[in-house]
Ligand binder design. Sequence first.
Ligand code: 5GP
Length: 177
Amino acid sequence: GDKRALLRSSVREFLDFPSPGICFRDITPILKDPTAFSAAIDLFESYLRDHFPKIDLIAGLDSRGFLFGPALAQRFGIGFVLIRKKGKLPGPTECVSYSLEYGKAEIEIQVDAVDPGQKVVIIDDLLATGGTMAAACELLKRRNADIVACLVVIELSPLKGAEKLKSYPVHALLQYD
Ligand code: 5GP
């Protein structure tokens, strides 16, 4: 529809960023245009309303998940919590490590962010290999959250990230080849 077309026209490509051979999808124009940003939040909201009757919490991934998650949570009158790269959150945290193409990464959540059994939606800007989203699912599962769905603005389809999340519904507003 119109909203998806507006969103697609608001994503830019930068070749060789952050390293040679990579085509980086830049979502910053979505945030710069309030109509495009509303379109993104509208599309996320209607997907969730159509599929899931009850959601308790939105969890955003460091760092661009933080841009979309709070606005979406406000639409449902629910809270937003942060899943951050290791070392950024104070107090007791639960941590998971996951492997990257070169080396490994760790993400964590404050242990009081989610109560056992809460219905949580995870959000990020982009799904590539799915490693980050799979780690977030593992983290929330360890806190006994009930993961409802994983949302992203962009899915890089050939990387088959959604297959890493086989037990959880994944919804992307835009797919790129
Ligand atoms: P994955 O773990 O699925 O391989 O990578 C996804 C993570 O890397 C997301 O947190 C996302 O923000 C970041 N990422 C990887 N490539 C891109 C890209 O081309 N554009 C943007 N905006 N983020 C990317």
